[in-house]
Design a protein around this ligand. Structure first.
Ligand code: ZN
Length: 203
């Protein structure tokens, strides 16, 4: 059995950490990259290493944005600032956008609460959510979290936190498959779930 040079093995290990990439796929990608010429590899490396100086989290909502600017959604005058959709991360934000059924703004949490994590309050963008809610602009917070255990725990925590905040708290209607990450649910399902959302804290 032939061993790869050390740096090649390192690249395979890094690629394997990406979603949906197993050992064999990571090896195929790495071998394809090794076919490229030096300039092409340098360009790819340059793009990856430039990400921290070109991209940041939108200071309003935590979504991905050009560094120094608000994200496209927060800076758009066409988005309804009275609606705030809380999602775990960018894949979920893109899924809700793909449904074409949502014209409000977002709050990207940056993860979910897991049972073994007692530092989630500093890790997640909970301050950002509280700031948004206390701004007075938001009338309804939609907790569009996954229907797995962590997503449900996160939604329950946030619903409790916001129960007496004076804003409506709602959740998308059931129908998202249990254990499914929202990012894998198709656009039509998300659209229907958003339209049929239920209020958590009725007057
Ligand atoms: Zn934003």
């Amino acid at each position: 059995m032939l061993n790869y040079p050390e740096i090649v093995e390192q690249l395979i290990d890094e690629l394997r950490t990406l979603p949906g990439v197993g050992r064999r796929a990571a090896e195929r990608m790495t071998l394809a990259l090794l076919e490229r010429d030096n300039d092409s590899l340098a360009m790819l490396g340059g793009i990856i290493s430039a990400i921290p100086e070109k991209v940041w989290r939108c200071p309003e909502c935590g979504a991905m944005a050009e560094k120094g600017e608000l994200c496209e959604i927060c800076s758009s005058p066409r988005r309804d600032k009275s609606l705030l959709c809380v999602v775990e991360g960018m894949p979920q934000l893109f899924s809700v956008e793909a449904s074409g059924q949502y014209s409000g703004t977002y709050l990207v949490l940056g993860g979910h609460i897991s049972p073994v994590d007692d530092r989630f309050e500093s890790r997640l963008n909970i301050d950002g959510l509280q700031k948004k809610v206390s701004s007075g602009e938001v009338k309804e917070v939609i907790l569009a979290l996954s229907s797995d255990v962590e997503g449900r725990a996160t939604a329950a925590y946030l619903a409790e936190m916001l129960a007496n905040s004076g804003v409506l708290v709602s959740r998308p209607a059931l129908g998202l498959p249990a254990g499914a990450n929202l990012s894998f649910v198709n656009a039509a399902t998300i659209g229907a779930a958003l339209r049929g959302r239920t209020v958590e804290n009725p007057e």
